[in-house]
Design a protein around this ligand. Structure first.
Ligand SMILES: [Zn+2]
Ligand SMILES: [Zn+2]
Length: 291
């Protein structure tokens, strides 16, 4: 029996155990933080909930923005991003274009629309005849000039990449907790993208195969992200080293073999340089300054 509110990862594990009739006694250890705040999938009709630490692979914190579970991400890859959206939630612009069909060339009114749970990079033009069926209230609201906020092109330009997550896809829901045995081609990544002109709360998870992530600007953001990660790793390894090294003791006189010092300031510089070395930081002495 599970007490409290556990997430879908734990429920899938419990279901798979109880389907196995050969087991007599079942002891389930639930991660302590499985009862902490969870991520709720915004995928169409999904509502699965997971704690960041129960995901495979785990996320190290609760991230910003709308989030899709691995089942919805799989659907997104197979059927396109619009398959996981609840539908059109905003209308930003309108235009009239010439379209050609079997009856020849004729004018068609189109609306530039946004989708629930998707970033503005996925906005696109849809014919009026289609939108009137999908979202009649949004059409009349837009045509009634009640639109206060105006569309900004920069909303579809990535500003910063906040996080990268590796995706693993189970064959069936029950397989979620089985050991992953597929090859690397079954894996794919998603980036958490912060968009220009929008808050961090509007950041979205985007497949790394998305066309906009192939641009030179996006590639440079990916390099910046990797550099930040490398720097953070180096800083973490230095702080680990510090713990092992213990506190630094100042030396009272120059080490043996060093040419005699001119004055006591030079000894203080040596101690200052040792202090920087101990912290894993670079430093040089210029004049009477350690930089
Ligand atoms: Zn959990
Ligand atoms: Zn989902």
């Amino acid at each position: 029996m599970l007490l409290g509110e556990s997430c879908d990862a734990i429920q899938a594990l419990v279901n798979s155990i109880f389907q196995d009739a050969t087991r007599q006694v079942v002891i389930i250890t639930i991660p302590f933080n499985c009862f902490w705040s969870s991520l709720c999938c915004v995928g169409k009709g999904c509502k699965r909930r997971y704690h960041p630490s129960c995901l495979d692979p785990p996320l190290d914190d609760v991230a910003y923005g709308d989030w899709h579970c691995c089942f919805c991400v799989k659907k997104k890859i197979e059927l396109g991003v619009y398959s996981v959206s609840e539908g059109v939630d905003s209308v930003w612009d309108a235009r009239e274009v010439e379209v050609r069909d079997t009856r020849g060339s004729q004018k068609q009114k189109q609306y530039f629309v946004g989708y629930k749970g998707l970033s503005h990079v996925h906005n696109h033009w849809v014919p009026e005849s289609q939108l009137i069926l999908e979202a009649p209230l949004l059409v009349s609201k837009f045509n009634g000039n009640n639109q206060i906020m105006k569309w900004k092109e920069q909303w579809r330009t990535p500003h910063r990449l906040l996080k990268k997550r590796l995706l693993r896809f189970p064959e069936r829901q029950d397989d979620y907790h089985n050991d992953y045995t597929g090859d690397i081609s079954d894996c794919c990544c998603e980036w958490l993208v912060k968009w220009c002109g929008l808050d961090y709360e509007n950041s979205t998870w985007e497949l790394e195969s998305a066309a906009f992530l192939k641009s030179p600007q996006a590639q440079s953001l990916i390099r910046k992200y990797e550099n930040r990660r490398q720097r953070a790793k180096r800083a973490a390894s230095f702080s680990q080293l510090d713990k092992k090294k213990g506190p630094l003791v100042k030396i009272p006189k120059p080490p043996a073999g060093v040419v005699p010092l001119m004055n006591s300031f030079q000894l203080s510089f040596i101690n200052k340089l040792r202090e920087y070395w101990h912290k894993g930081r670079n430093a040089v002495v210029i004049g009477d300054q350690v930089m």
